[in-house]
Design a protein around this ligand. Sequence first.
Ligand code: S3P
Length: 449
Amino acid sequence: MSGHGTPIPMTSRKGSALKGEAHVPGDKSISHRSLILGALSVGETRIEGLLEGEDVIDTAKAMRAFGAEVTDHGGALWTVQGVGVGGFAEPSQVIDCGNSGTGVRLIMGAMATSPITATFTGDASLCGRPMGRVTDPLALFGARSYGRKGGRLPMTIVGAADPVPVRYTTPVPSAQVKSAVLLAGLNAPGETVVIEKEATRDHSERMLAGFGAKLTVETFPEGRVITLKGQPELKPQHIVVPRDPSSAAFPVCAALIAEGSDVLVPNIGLNPTRAGLFTTLREMGADLTYENLREEGGEPVADLRARFSPDLQGIEVPPERAASMIDEYPVLSVVASFAGGVTVMRGVKELRVKESDRIDSMAKGLRAAGITVEEGEDWWIVHGRGFGQVPGGVTVATKLDHRIAMSFIVMGLATEKPMTVDDGSPIATSFPVFEPLMAALGATITRGA
Ligand code: S3P
């Protein structure tokens, strides 16, 4: 778990061009869901290419605590012997989800309609994040929650002994909230309905259907309506986890801003609910191409080729695209610093409640590095200085946020002076091989200030 050890400062600097192939690890969202849905199935689920980052490992431990047998076979192959829907045992210890909002919120949903009690905690970042967005709908099923002020962890959930199905419109665009409600709905009789006004990542819907749940998705003017029939018997699956587009974002963006670069990032899923960053970069004039575009497991997949792009132009990112690139705004703001003109990002209030307040974390570091940033509650604007014009030469605070750390390390590969992050240890939550992968491309990243 991050944030409990000694901070690891890291410094990146301009150097050789980035060249070669970057094989990024498995998708974090799909990895969490594979373990949880595997645990809720009857029989053995096989997961190939699981992301072995700290967030997902914490979810694996949690599934063991709820009674599933989770085995690491090496080489990113894992199996889960599930206990079935409604089969969770009561954990004897506190469930520590580390840094992971996805882990804790999905697991709370998965246990909330069983007659068991569990207490959840996490690191300093996770204990500062709002859980009311999940416990409010879980209360409608009959679950009770007892947390700290403002619905913060540590928090105890008393699962509903006689859950009732729920019809719920998510008040914020959040796949975590949607997924928590759907997972709770699995053990409620009748139909649970979730309505989301804006489409968010749809892995839960796709995977629930894959595991044999009866689920329909309809799109109306008021949004997407997902209807789940409760108490199915989920069938174990063989899952091959696709590579994570949110991790691919870092070598892709690094290649766009590091002079002379040409990097191939193979096998990246371009599910439209996740691929907003790549569309945005292309609109900014990035030399980013989709090679070998194909379909795998019903999803578009491509090898991404990113080449140094000295003539990027800032754009206004359409607010309706926000959910499909919500984790990528930090690294987009880095690329925007090297573009000509302004990049305007609106409708992004959710960035304020991620692993850190990401608008604040990025604005502070970018300003220190010489970039003008304007911000409001749900918007921010980055004034690009153009390639070769970004000073850098500062140390920035990462606030237990992996994506803030990786974004500023990428930035330092193109600033005039090196960039240092005060603590790169949170990178292990989502992208444990980030340093060797970037080094293999030729990036100059060292430990220390
Ligand atoms: C995730 C959903 C997103 C995203 C997170 C992963 C998921 O959060 O930021 O990294 O796997 O469901 P929200 O659903 O809260 O927007």
